[in-house]
Every structure is written in structure tokens, then in C-alpha cells.
Design a protein around this ligand. Structure first.
Ligand code: MN
Length: 430
């Protein structure tokens, strides 16, 4: 693949250089030094979820494609390919039990050889497993039965153990607990039980680790979820301690929610842990990042960059660095192509946010000049930063045109010979 990338890049280099120079000149007029932006952009990375490398599905079903990875090792190989193509996805986030490693130490070694590391561990207490003693049908960490809560706590502690062996540093808990009908659950008691259970998980957290909770207003509980919004997620983090913070999944909000406000508030509370990137039109659609609301993605990034550059925040939290992961269901596109393009879209929003003239913005905000303040944001958003994105990939030895190179490599066709086609048509939202 490396040869193919280099060969393809060589053919496009001249044109790329010209486009980069044109943008450099354009930014110079705005008193922005392109090299400073590119250097900053080189520090960007986003994790790939282990489950995102297989073909996803909807509640209605799944359409398998030939050559899907059949096991964790094959998923790692696909993740390494994504990283080779884009250079900004050096970590994989594991889901247990979907991708439970047989031998974590061997997995870590193989990953290192492939140039990969591991991001947050993801536990699963929203599905019953075949060998499981108690059912999560009526909840896990919130369950009325102590034995079920205990089982869910033990599962999270096991995820930490596996994570320690592979070099992960955080645990993400997506809690699907909730109810489908009024009266089903005592709303306050259910939250009390969740916090109580999470305290046991938190107690098993290594000192250098972080614990993230993800909120979601509905589904699978269609009437109520225990962690329904960022306020509840914040209450949990504050009840647990400084290693706990909140994860924002862009799809886990009611329609038209101002997600950048949620981000700003969590930063203000010093509890923004990270993101699950995806996009949505109606609900938790898990569509490709930036495919539906790219301006929203930019505004979210703007809040993040604003916080990173804010000396007051830096004083309080010198290593303010939220974790980024893609959390999408690739039910129509080839997962490798979708991850490649989505990572670039998130990176694009990040770079555009770097272009915001914050001094001018503050000036217009202080003077209540609505038109000019909005224009500052729009000017950054409307700048085509593709040459910077391409330059970062070029510097990292990745591809100027990743999808084209991927298709030229015929990777999927080649692996189909050994992998075949996974005849699993089951539905399920991830
Ligand atoms: Mn998520």
C-alpha cells in the first residue's frame, strides 16, 4: 500500500503544491500563517471503533458485503489500512464483548507492529450474551435486582482489566438503561442505583484512567432513559470524582438541539471528556460525520478550539484534550471508505475552527455587532481548507487521494478470497 500511496501522491504533487500556495496567499490576506495552521492540524487524531470496520445495519436489517473482517485481527488490519491512507486515525477503540481479544498481550503486540494503539474501552450492558447469568432486559447498572447490577459492574471491571493489558486509558459506558412506559421505573431511584453502581466501577479505575458516560434522550428506552441528557451525565461525573467526565455523541440529542451549547456548558463545568462523531437528520441515525450538518460540526469544533486556546481553561486544566472517536454505522458504504472520508470531515471542521479570528470575534461580541460576529465565523467556515488537509496527509506519508488509492489497491476484493462473505443479516443499532 505504501508504494501505491507514494506513486499516486507523486502524480498529484505539482497540483497540490499550487493549491497549497494559493491558499497560503489567501490566508496571508487575513493575517493567518498557513504553516502555523498546518502544524496545529498535524496534531489532530480521531479513534476508529472496532465495530465500525464491519458493515453496520439498521433496526430493519443488515446487508453484508464480501470481504468484511471476521474477527478482531482482521479488523485491526483494516484499521491499519485506514491509518495508512489518512494518517490521522492511529488508535482503535475496542468494544467488549463484540471484540474481546483472546490474548490481550498478543493483540497489543500485533497492533504495535501495525502502527496502532488503543483508545477507550467500551463496555456493553445493553445486550444479553449467551453465557450470561442474568438478563439486562429491565436494565443493568440501574436494575432493581442487586445481582444484575453486580454482574454489570463486574463486566465493566473486566473491560478495565483488558484495557490495562492493551494500553488503553479510559472506559466509556453507554448506559441503555431506561423504560418504555410511564410507571415502569421509579425515575429518581433508577438514577440513584446507577450512580451507586458506577461508584463501584470508579473504585476499580486505575489512577491514570478516565471514565466517560454517554447520554441519550431515548432508545432503547422509548419513554425514558436513565442518563437522558448532559445534565444527568454531569451529575454522575460530579458524584463519581475527577476522573469521570461526559462524552458527547452527536447523534444522542433530540432534533434541533444546540449541541455546541452542550459542549460549551460541559467545558465550563470542566467535565467534557470527549466525542463520538457521527451525523443525523432525525434521531440517532449514525450517518457519516459532516454528511448532514457540517456547519454544526464546525461550531462544535469552534467551541473546542476556543477552549483549548483560552488561557483561563489552560490554567485550570493544562492538558485539556477531549477524546475523539467516530461512532457511525456504515450500512450502505464500504466501512473503510466511510471511515476515511469521515475522519477527513472531522479534521476539516477542526482546521476551519483554527481559522476563526477570535480577537475580532470577541471585539464584535463585546460591541454587540451581530452581523460582523457571525461573519467572522462564516469566513472561517467558508474557507476551503482541503489543501491543508492534503498537506497534513502528505507529511504523514498518507494519501493525497485516499479513496482513489484504496480502490486502486483492490484491497476489499483481495481479502474477500480468504474472508468470504459473512451471512449475518441481523438488525441492530450500534
Ligand atoms: Mn456513541
Amino acid at each position: 500500500m505504501t508504494d501505491l500511496i507514494q506513486q499516486d501522491n507523486r502524480q498529484r504533487l505539482k497540483q497540490h503544491r499550487r493549491r497549497y500556495e494559493v491558499l497560503a496567499e489567501q490566508l496571508e490576506w487575513q493575517k493567518i500563517e498557513i504553516e502555523a495552521v498546518t502544524t496545529d492540524a498535524e496534531g489532530f487524531s480521531v479513534a476508529v471503533p472496532s465495530w465500525g470496520l464491519g458493515q453496520g445495519g439498521t433496526r430493519f436489517g443488515r446487508f453484508p458485503i464480501a470481504g468484511e473482517p471476521r474477527n478482531l485481527m482482521e479488523k485491526l488490519h483494516d484499521a491499519a489500512l485506514v491509518q495508512q491512507l489518512v494518517g490521522i486515525t492511529p488508535r482503535v477503540s475496542l468494544h467488549i464483548p463484540w471484540d474481546r481479544p483472546e490474548n490481550p498481550r498478543i493483540l497489543k503486540k500485533v497492533a504495535r507492529e501495525l502502527g496502532l494503539g488503543f483508545d477507550a474501552m467500551n463496555s456493553n450492558t445493553f445486550q444479553d450474551q449467551p453465557d450470561q447469568k442474568h438478563s439486562y432486559k429491565f436494565g443493568s447498572l440501574c436494575h432493581t435486582d442487586k445481582a444484575v447490577r453486580h454482574q454489570a459492574i463486574e463486566h465493566n471491571l473486566e473491560c478495565i482489566e483488558i484495557g490495562r493489558a492493551i494500553g488503553s486509558k479510559s472506559l466509556t459506558i453507554w448506559l441503555a438503561d431506561g423504560g418504555c412506559f410511564p410507571g415502569q421505573q421509579h425515575l429518581r431511584n433508577a438514577l440513584d442505583r446507577v450512580i451507586d453502581s458506577l461508584k463501584s466501577v470508579y473504585a476499580g479505575l486505575p489512577r491514570t484512567w478516565r471514565l466517560f458516560t454517554e447520554h441519550k434522550p431515548f432508545e432503547p428506552g422509548f419513554y425514558s432513559t436513565v442518563v437522558q441528557d448532559w445534565g444527568t451525565s454531569l451529575m454522575i461525573a460530579q458524584a463519581l470524582g475527577p476522573q469521570a467526565s461526559c462524552l458527547v455523541d452527536l447523534g444522542h440529542h433530540l432534533p434541533n438541539c444546540n449541541i455546541e451549547m452542550v459542549v460549551a456548558r460541559l467545558i465550563a463545568a470542566n467535565r467534557l471528556g470527549g466525542f463520538h462523531f457521527n451525523d443525523s437528520k432525525y434521531g440517532d441515525d449514525d450517518l457519516s460525520s459532516g454528511s448532514i450538518k457540517p456547519y454544526q460540526l464546525f461550531l462544535v469544533m469552534h467551541e473546542l478550539i476556543d477552549a483549548v486556546q483560552d488561557p483561563n481553561i489552560r490554567k485550570r486544566r493544562p492538558r485539556f484534550q477531549p477524546c475523539y472517536m467516530m461512532d457511525q454505522s456504515h450500512n450502505l458504504k464500504d466501512p473503510i471508505e466511510d471511515l476515511v472520508l469521515s475522519s477527513i470531515e472531522i479534521h476539516r471542521a477542526h482546521i476551519k475552527a483554527l481559522l476563526v479570528d477570535r480577537e475580532a470575534l470577541t471585539y464584535h461580541q463585546e460591541g454587540n455587532d451581530v452581523t460582523m460576529a457571525e461573519q467572522v465565523l462564516k469566513r472561517a467556515y467558508e474557507t476551503d481548507v482541503s489543501p491543508i488537509l492534503d498537506e497534513v496527509r502528505l507529511r504523514k506519508g498518507a494519501a493525497l487521494m485516499p479513496v482513489e488509492v484504496y480502490r486502486k489497491s483492490r484491497y476489499r476484493e483481495k481479502v474477500t478470497g480468504e474472508r468470504g462473505i459473512k451471512m449475518d443479516f441481523g438488525g441492530g443499532i450500534i
